[in-house]
Design a protein around this ligand. Sequence first.
Ligand code: 5RP
Length: 236
Amino acid sequence: MQNTREPNFQAKLAAAGKAVELIESGMNVGLGTGSTASIAIDLIGQKVAREALKIVAVPTSDHTATQALALKIPLTTIEAVGRLDITIDGADQVELKTLSLIKGLGGALVREKIVAFATDKYVIVVDQSKIAEGLGNLVPVPVEIIRFGWSSTCKHLETLGCQLTMRKGADGELYVSDGGNLIADCFFASLSQPVSLEKAINNIAGVVDCGLFLGLNPLVVIGSAGGARVFPGGRL
Ligand code: 5RP
């Protein structure tokens, strides 16, 4: 179970609880990564056990796969099911007016994006701290890059106008994703043209993908200590 003493725990729980209400028997479910998604996964596990719910799930990280298996949530692959009915995932920043997201501070952005684009109902669970007026004000754009020639890939990324920091793990060494790649956290002074920026980033040799999640039209569930609200309203 999660760290219930974390300051935003109640808000995350409220968002996760509202999202998990959308899961029904027979669904193929995408499972996100991060602390809020992890609360949702715990709740899904409880629902599977309590209601004998028949679902299969695609995890977006090794960590999520381990959690789901411990909860006896059956796992599958996109290849086996074709598409997913619903995915519940967290985000690092949400711009409500465009429903654009920044994701990947948890390091799972590539699998998260593949799962998002294979999903019919994409549900993002966040607390209010993730809601921002403009993209990029609060967090960097994580960019996953392959190891070969990574310093050259970083120089090319910097020509796009960012301050770049290579992500490190708790051991102080370069962070390695589940896919065996590195992550460059890129702070851009302005993210006013995210669509062209995403294209420019992803065009650089050595880049696997970046944490700009655009055009996915998510349902955003914003939790608070008092409950959860859904944005855009009326779409639940
Ligand atoms: C992982 C992610 C997470 O969804 C994102 O970091 C949000 O995590 P949390 O709910 O812990 O704030 O993109 O790659």
